[in-house]
Design a protein around this ligand. Structure first.
Ligand code: SIN
Length: 326
């Protein structure tokens, strides 16, 4: 009888300690608004984890650079202050040269080509290009093709000469603006609206969803529909954190993340159309459509940037990206 009592008591203690185990905390930090592809993806991930791993994992999402800006988030991740982020692919320059491929101007014809390249062998291999630095890419997330906004109409490259453009922290993007005689300035996303509003800069490049959700169109009277580059994200985590998770939890989290990314990609495709239309309807900014001859001038001016970076990025990688257009 005494033995049975002891066994029951031990079982109760074990159950209590399991149920009292602290949940794994995941802070997901990003810089955009919640009504964007990335914002929606992050919220979807939280919702799926809440449903499937209740009591075991808690996800907290911090949008709008509330926790960290993109220039600080990877350092914070190395310190264990944040577990998930999805910076734009342009913001990994300090950590790997390979991802700079996504900044080469006029490399991808459309988002279908971007998707094909990312899901192909070269794109998948690049997910682990920062493992030795302690980061693992868990997947790519789309935002979309970039357009150039400005305070004067840009039809041909000469219209951009001498003007200041905010860019993300990427030497490829800097070279792209230098190629048309413009002045690139690397600035955090959180500062762009004020820089545009105060006319400290003349323009910037971004996707329809970022131009709309951050109201850049209210302070930029012209947007040239260049589709000259892509703005996509790498969902990234710390290798220590990810590989230290119990295997079953890691599998469930990856599954939830893949589903959230698919959801976010769907949002991105829809927003590229609806946010563009909302900007046109607002009449705050004129959307300039280039003629084929005008577009050709931008391609001719910017494409030499490929040569400048081909050794750093890798000729085979660039060839694989070009092939994804077919
Ligand atoms: C983002 O979409 O995460 C920010 C892009 C930018 O810095 O322009």
């Amino acid at each position: 009888m005494l033995l049975v009592g002891l066994v029951v008591a031990a079982a109760l203690v074990a159950t209590a300690s399991v149920s009292m185990a602290e949940p794994i905390m995941i802070k997901f930090s990003h810089v955009v608004a919640e009504n964007t592809p990335k914002g929606q993806m992050a919220n979807k991930f939280k919702q799926l984890v809440d449903e499937r791993l209740a009591g075991k994992v808690v996800v907290e999402v911090f949008p709008n650079s509330q926790l960290f800006g993109d220039n600080k988030v990877l350092e914070a991740m190395a310190l264990g202050d944040v577990q998930l982020a999805a910076p734009s692919l342009s913001k990994f320059e300090k950590y790997t040269p390979e991802l700079q491929i996504f900044d080469l101007p006029f490399l991808f014809n459309n988002m279908a080509a971007v998707e094909k390249f990312q899901q192909g062998p070269v794109g998948q291999e690049m997910l682990t290009s920062m493992k030795s630095k302690g980061y693992i890419g868990l997947g790519y997330l789309h935002n979309g093709m970039k357009e150039i906004s400005a305070n004067s109409p840009l039809r041909v490259p000469a219209d951009a000469a001498g003007k200041k453009f905010r860019i993300m922290t990427s030497d490829v993007l800097a070279a792209q603006y230098e190629a048309v005689g413009a002045m690139p300035l690397k600035k955090p996303f959180s500062e762009v609206f004020t820089l545009l509003q105060t006319k400290a800069i003349d323009g910037q490049e971004n996707t329809w969803s970022n131009i709309y959700s951050k109201k850049f169109y209210e302070v930029q009277p012209y947007i040239t529909e260049t589709d000259h580059g892509v703005l996509d994200y790498l969902v990234v985590t710390s290798a220590d954190f990810w590989l230290g998770l119990p295997a079953d939890i890691r599998t469930e989290l990856k599954k939830a993340l893949d589903e959230a990314i698919a959801f976010g990609n769907d949002v991105s495709a829809k927003k590229a159309i609806s946010d563009r239309q909302a900007i046109i309807d607002s009449k705050r900014s004129e959307v300039i459509t280039l003629t084929p001859a005008e577009r050709k001038l931008w391609v001719e001016a910017m494409k030499p940037v490929w040569k400048q970076f081909e050794n750093k990025i890798g000729k085979e990688r660039i060839a694989a990206a070009v092939a994804s257009n077919n």
